[in-house]
Design a protein around this ligand. Structure first.
Ligand SMILES: [Zn+2]
Ligand SMILES: [Zn+2]
Ligand SMILES: [Zn+2]
Ligand SMILES: [Zn+2]
Ligand SMILES: [Zn+2]
Length: 759
């Protein structure tokens, strides 16, 4: 596969971070191409001081950066900038050298072996006490688990076959590094060559590095583990200070390698790869006894200094080559080789990453863009995808999630509501109150240029922030494989709603954001379609995606949407199903799908039309854009267009709209489209953000009291009947002011406690 230079920064989904120049050099040798040889074409965000190298490794566009200094703080700052400049990053590898724990439950780690982080332990976070060390051990203080797509990738390396393949490919890429002319100044000497088993020396843990013979320095008095040694000894190698061979630990694996070496076998240099927890700290660990104690307590296999800083900002995998044993002994011989083995393993990982992405039939939500919590999404408004929310006829939809092999099957289901039929009018039947905040889609009026820009880019599909207080039942009335559905109602609204909660909330917020974007785009298409086609409008349910205000950052995602009961009808699906029924609305629905394809000049098609009456839920958008709606299993891209045309029969609405594209064009993948679209009888969305029903100009209710807003009948009725007198908390004598709580609720705004004179 050949990939040309990408058109923008958003094509870079992989980043590699190095802390040392030697690490960076080794990684750079494994790039297949560079995209910035002729200068910096891609630029960076304001305030980003990182230096980037851009290029391609295998099938991935990769951005490589070198930290200004080692350590957590610099790593964390660099990661924030990285994230701001490359908003589409999905995977970050921290590649370099580290100190290894020589004996771990998985086996013996030798110099040059590679460790891969399954988790990161911030072992020195907390205070240091003179008699030992107490780690702060609360939930917030520990770094969270790697996000899901990383877990999936790592899990594949934990199978025998997975790790064998990874080691084979790492050995292959190591030879690639060694085969390259690395550096003019290396004078023909290959700096990445295997230093040899003779230089892999592990001393007994109690045997410290210090002047051994006739020391006239403080080394002579250094008898305990913690007593100091002289600065000169710190700088000298073991041979130079006289660390004795008699205190070297003998190891079986090393002996095995030594025999391979004697036979002249290249395989002696092949690194083993270990996957496990890696300790990340603010200081270089140089004590065998600390190493063994922390390793035993935290179950870690290696020590390094940047992982915790990166992980705070971006989900990452630490890939490091072992260049020493994190003890006091001094051995610089392994740094280049260990940097090369780590870089090789990183390339081998990326090769595997290509194969696990995309997952054609994998579980939803496995892949997500960065940002898995509400607060992260708030900052990033990340892009990613899926359409699984909504569907107000909750029971049939949730039931369809119950397919064999569906993810999250083993989740313990909440108990269902005892009341099988809703009792909306019984006081206190909604027995729980939730304070929520989140986002809602933002489309209001039909406007051709708005629709054009929304078709063009996700960035033009605006969402707005919403605050909402609701009452809900404490138990759901339906359970699906992934979520529950519970009756609910916003505090000052009389119409019924339903909230959906997810069993598993990793990575859901970006998915919900993308879902709202799909809804908004469908609304915008529908607004234009309805203004061209008289009669019952094609309409879509919109959801708000919220979380509880009390949850700090990893809030449980909750979506809310109007509760609609009635017969649930599927008009078409994302493949070639078409409802065989002659009804005016069915014609309308089929023509709508065709219209969206034509109107977007063949870039998109809204299908999977289903719902109750004219109100559709859970639509799917097939799109030609590689980077949009791509987590959605239902988005089949150009293949979806073809399967639509395979069964679609153009009806009188298609004809009336002068849609040109047809089955023959689809077969040849050469389309013609209607060139211009007339300006039309405008349609609106109801001003209530929780409603957003499409209304025709003639049916919209407007009022001088709420300039710029158009309301549907139902919402207008509630608005007009809920005027309240509130006491102003502003200065001066007590006075009331008149507002509609319903109005503020409908706008996702907090209800004011001051009159307009005092705000
Ligand atoms: Zn000394
Ligand atoms: Zn030594
Ligand atoms: Zn048609
Ligand atoms: Zn309304
Ligand atoms: Zn006042």
């Amino acid at each position: 596969m050949s990939l040309g230079p990408p058109s923008s920064r958003s094509s870079f989904e992989i980043a590699i971070i190095c802390a040392l120049a030697i690490e960076y050099n080794a990684v750079a040798l494994l790039f297949d191409q560079f995209w910035d040889d002729n200068g910096d074409y891609y630029g960076k965000s304001h305030g980003d001081y990182n230096q980037y190298t851009l290029g391609r490794i295998g099938n991935h566009h990769v951005v490589l950066t070198l930290l200004p200094r080692m350590g957590k703080v610099d790593a964390s700052i660099a990661a924030v900038s990285l994230r701001s400049t490359f908003g589409a990053l999905r995977l970050v590898l921290l590649v370099g050298v580290c100190g290894g724990v020589p004996r771990v439950p998985q086996g013996e780690i030798l110099l040059g072996d590679v460790v891969i982080s399954k988790s990161i332990v911030q072992h020195d976070y907390g205070r240091r006490f003179s008699d030992g060390f107490v780690r702060k051990d609360t939930v917030e203080d520990n770094l969270s688990q790697p996000s899901k797509h990383i877990r999936g990738l790592l899990a594949s390396f934990e199978t025998d076959r997975g790790i064998d393949l990874l080691e084979q490919r790492t050995a292959f890429f190591l030879q690639e590094v060694q085969g390259k002319p690395s550096n003019k100044r290396s004078m023909g000497e290959n700096k990445y060559k295997y230093p040899g088993t003779a230089h892999d020396v592990l001393y007994e843990p109690r045997y410290r590095h210090k002047h051994r013979m006739a020391a006239s320095c403080i080394c002579a008095d250094s008898v305990t583990d913690s007593s100091p040694i002289c600065n000169e000894a710190r700088m000298l190698s073991c041979d130079e200070v006289g660390c004795g061979k008699e205190r070297v630990v003998s190891r079986l694996l090393l002996e095995h390698k030594r025999q391979l070496e004697e036979r002249g076998s290249m395989t002696a240099q092949n690194p083993a790869i270990y996957i496990g927890a890696i300790a990340s700290g603010d200081t270089v660990l140089k004590s065998a006894s600390d190493r063994d104690r922390i390793a035993a307590r935290e179950n870690v296999i290696a020590f390094e200094m940047e992982g915790a800083g990166i992980w705070e900002q971006l989900p990452c995998i630490v890939v490091k080559g072992v260049c020493d044993y994190a003890d006091s002994h001094k051995n610089k011989k392994w740094q280049n080789f260990a940097a090369a083995t780590a870089a090789s393993a990183a390339k081998a990982i990326l090769e595997r990453y290509a194969r696990t992405d995309p997952l054609p039939h994998g579980p939803r939500f496995v892949q997500s863009h960065l940002g898995t919590s509400f607060s992260e999404v708030q900052q990033l408004v990340a892009t990613s995808v899926t359409s699984t929310l909504s569907a107000s006829a909750a029971s049939p939809l949730l039931a369809s999630e119950e397919k064999p092999g569906a993810p999250f099957k083993s989740t313990v289901r909440p108990k269902l509501d005892q009341d099988t039929s809703p009792q909306w009018d019984t006081p206190n039947w909604l027995n729980q109150r939730l304070e929520l905040e989140g986002f809602c889609p933002d489309v209001v009026i039909q406007c051709a240029s708005t629709l054009n820009s929304m078709i063009e880019s996700d960035d033009n599909i605006k969402l707005s922030v919403a605050h909402l207080t609701i009452r809900t039942r404490s138990r759901p009335f339906a359970n699906g494989a992934m979520r529950t559905a519970t009756y609910a109602r916003p505090m000052h609204t009389t119409s019924p709603f339903v909230i959906k909660k997810f069993f598993n909330h990793d990575a859901l917020f970006p998915a919900m954001i993308e879902d709202m974007r799909i809804q908004a785009l469908c609304k915008a298409f529908a607004l234009e379609f309805n203004s061209l086609v008289p009669g019952v409008p094609v309409d879509f349910v919109v959801t708000m995606s919220l979380h509880r205000k009390t949850d700090k950052s990893r809030g449980e995602p909750i979506s809310i949407e109007p509760f609609i009961s009635g017969d649930y009808v599927k008009y078409n699906n994302n493949f070639s199903y078409v409802l065989a029924e002659s009804s005016a609305f069915n014609d309308r629905a089929q023509a709508f799908s065709h219209f969206t394809f034509e109107r977007s000049w063949g870039h998109m098609m809204v299908v999977d039309l289903q719902g109750v009456g004219n109100l559709l839920t859970d639509p799917c958008i097939h799109t030609k854009y590689d980077d949009r709606f791509k987590l959605s299993e239902t988005n089949l891209g150009a293949k979806g267009f073809k399967s639509f045309f395979a069964t679609h029969q153009c009806n009188q609405i298609c004809q009336r709209l002068e849609l040109k594209s047809n089955r023959n064009m689809a077969a040849e993948n050469r389309f013609e489209f209607r060139a211009t679209w007339p300006s039309m009888d405008p349609t609106f969305c109801c001003a209530n953000k929780l409603c957003r029903r499409i209304i025709r100009h003639a049916n919209a209710v407007v009022s001088d009291k709420y300039p710029g807003h158009s309301w549907c009948d139902v919402c207008w009725h509630q608005l007009a009947s809920t005027t309240d007198q509130l006491l102003c908390v502003g200065p001066g004598p007590d006075h009331n002011f008149e507002i509609s709580r319903f109005f503020y609720e409908s706008q996702g705004q907090k209800i004011p406690n001051r009159c307009t004179n005092h705000t």
